[in-house]
Write a protein that binds this ligand. Sequence first.
Ligand code: IPM
Ligand code: MG
Length: 355
Amino acid sequence: MNFKITLLPGDGIGPEVVGEAVRVLETVAAKYKHTFNFQERLMGGCSIDKYGSSLTDETLADCKASDSVLLGAVGGPKWDDPKAKDRPERGLLALRKGLGVFANLRPVKVHPSLVDVSPLKPEKLKGVDILVIRELTGGLYFGQPKMREIKDGHERAVDTLEYYDHEIRRIVNLAFELAKGRRKKVTSVDKANVLESSRLWRQVATQIGNENPDVELEHTLVDTASMKLITAPASFDVVVTENMFGDILTDEASVLAGSMGMLPSASLGEAGVGLFEPIHGSAPDIAGTGIANPIGTILSSAMMLRHSFKLESEACAIEDAVYRTITDGARTADLGGKLTTRQMTDEIIKRIEEN
Ligand code: IPM
Ligand code: MG
């Protein structure tokens, strides 16, 4: 089959890890006789430098006109001026909103041979297999008003945490659907003891729970959830939560997997184009040194094959190869090893080809 993929490598280590994922996708294309047509565009800081905008209308239109989007990372100290009119992160948020990808799936699994890389006790990590579903186009990141002003002689800043019932319903419904193919448990994370938006979230989640009696629903406050992620991570199956809660909890959850560099994500909407990106950032401190872990992006490309292209065997071929590569002891620096980004990918490619 034939697919058109827009690449948005972005900033920092983004271009390095996306380049490696492309090599993996080309390996899959050759082996399974597909054609992936790649088109590369600028987004983030690099787009500010070239076009004066972190996401141009043309780039968004090109993304919408493709079958799928693979993104590296955006941001870096060069564009960190708090007074700047545009920021790399704005481009990312505008892209997510523009594509309508409201559901961000962030699977967190612990590879048995990486148990020692995580700072947690090995017995806590046994059986950890969590799917965090982060709401991605609403909540605190997008609510209006969002502004700064001088009021009564003081500088004042406002962000708004806002949700409509239909925004909550569609994401919690997805959580229940996905839980049915897993261990049939949904943990809805909110702050209903304080926030009105969370009380609506809990009300909608409870309704959906009643409509799906075959799935266990548990409500957990976000502060408690952050503690339980460390003390009892294996107790979670599917976790569904507000945009910023999900951002914070998934960085925390990545510690379970040994490194942020391991974790992929898929952002999906009702239909249309999916957006696939590792959960890690642009890591400016190691950009250009060739030591970044490419696995988060490579596993994101596997999620692209599964969710956007319905190529389940091909997705599994990548995931199996990554699994075996780690089992065989291949390690980049973040995992305590010495392999470069390219060497790690070579190991994965070899195992896809051999299989
Ligand atoms: C993520 C990142 C982004 C987010 C930043 C770069 C805007 O932290 O994808 O988790 O907060 O969503
Ligand atoms: Mg984040």
